[in-house]
Design a protein around this ligand. Structure first.
Ligand SMILES: Cc1cc2nc3c(=O)[nH]c(=O)nc-3n(C[C@H](O)[C@H](O)[C@H](O)COP(=O)(O)O)c2cc1C
Length: 157
């Protein structure tokens, strides 16, 4: 029987399994940050675009306000521990690249790191943004795409 309930209860029972991604951003001063994201989607075919929703309290929000680029990373099975780290620690006090021993090389666009262990990396330039309650939706145009065909995609359960 369908019953009226709270959002957390209905959402908690209905959103998993889901795809999760990482977004790489550049810190306002120097270095790079990583955040685990469930709230993302493709929004345009021509030009190709992705939108990501970032809470105002996240360090990644400060990073995106300072540098208008992000790299959207589709993780492989081997990256489960990194997704936990990047979804719990803040870049304000943790260097997630160092703690997570992340293997990477410079991308082509803004030279943000490309994660070698990932299935896919999409280098994006921020085009527009909109406030959505306590989050900002950042829309980025994909400039370069990378694929590692040896890797299998991770799903969050
Ligand atoms: C599975 C999972 C999905 C998440 N999805 C989002 C999201 O879509 N947007 C968001 O702002 N935070 C999301 N978070 C929370 C951030 O990843 C978390 O607060 C992180 O520590 C923020 O890092 P930062 O302060 O370095 O930006 C998610 C966390 C987990 C574990």
């Amino acid at each position: 029987m369908t019953q009226l309930t709270t959002l957390p209860e209905a959402w908690g029972r209905s959103h998993l399994p889901s795809k999760v991604v990482l977004a790489v951003t550049q810190k306002p001063e120097s270095g790079y940050n990583l955040i685990t994201l469930e709230w993302f989607t493709r929004t345009s075919i021509h030009p190709p675009m992705f939108a990501i929703s970032i809470g105002h309290s996240r360090f990644s929000h400060d990073c995106l306000e300072a540098h208008r680029y992000f790299n959207l990373v589709f993780p492989s099975l081997e990256m489960k521990a990194l997704l936990s780290l990047c979804g719990s620690a803040s870049g304000r006090d943790t260097d997630k690249f160092e703690t997570g021993k992340v293997a990477s090389f410079p991308g082509k666009l803004h030279k943000l790191p490309i994660l070698s262990e990932a299935v896919a990396n999409f280098e994006c330039e921020l085009i527009t943004q909109v406030r959505s309650g306590d989050h900002n939706i950042y829309v980025g145009e994909v400039k370069y795409s990378w694929l590692n065909e040896e890797k299998e995609l991770f799903f969050y359960k």
